[in-house]
Design a protein around this ligand. Structure first.
Ligand code: FES
Length: 106
């Protein structure tokens, strides 16, 4: 498991970029939960952001593809609107222990 920082390092209700060892991830915190996805759209295989840490729609309800506007649910990674509707971002296994956030990467 890879330690990616303390829970408090991640702003609440925001998604941020995490690049590690040539792998790109999206880290989404909602209160005491953290969701981590590979930063790759299921239909084109490209990164979602238009600028670093700009990964959400304007209301900060969904993770958004900057190129096509597709919306993904933060808690599941499922696309609810856009060209990859019903497909999902690939989730990474996460755990939080003593406020430290870990992800399992392969
Ligand atoms: S690359 Fe798939 S929705 Fe934009």
């Amino acid at each position: 498991m890879l330690n990616i920082g303390q829970l408090e390092d991640f702003p609440d209700n925001q998604a941020v970029n995490l690049d590690y060892d040539e792998q790109a991830f999206i880290v989404m915190r909602r209160k005491d939960a953290v969701y981590v996805y590979e930063n790759r759209c299921p239909h084109r295989g490209i990164r979602l952001e238009w600028q670093t840490n700009q990964l959400m729609d304007i209301e900060k309800q969904f993770i958004q593809c900057a190129t096509h506007g597709a919306l993904f649910k933060p808690e599941t990674g499922v696309c609810i609107a856009g060209p990859c509707r019903h497909q999902s971002l690939r989730a990474c296994q996460t755990s939080i222990q003593d406020h430290q956030v870990y992800i399992l990467i392969s």
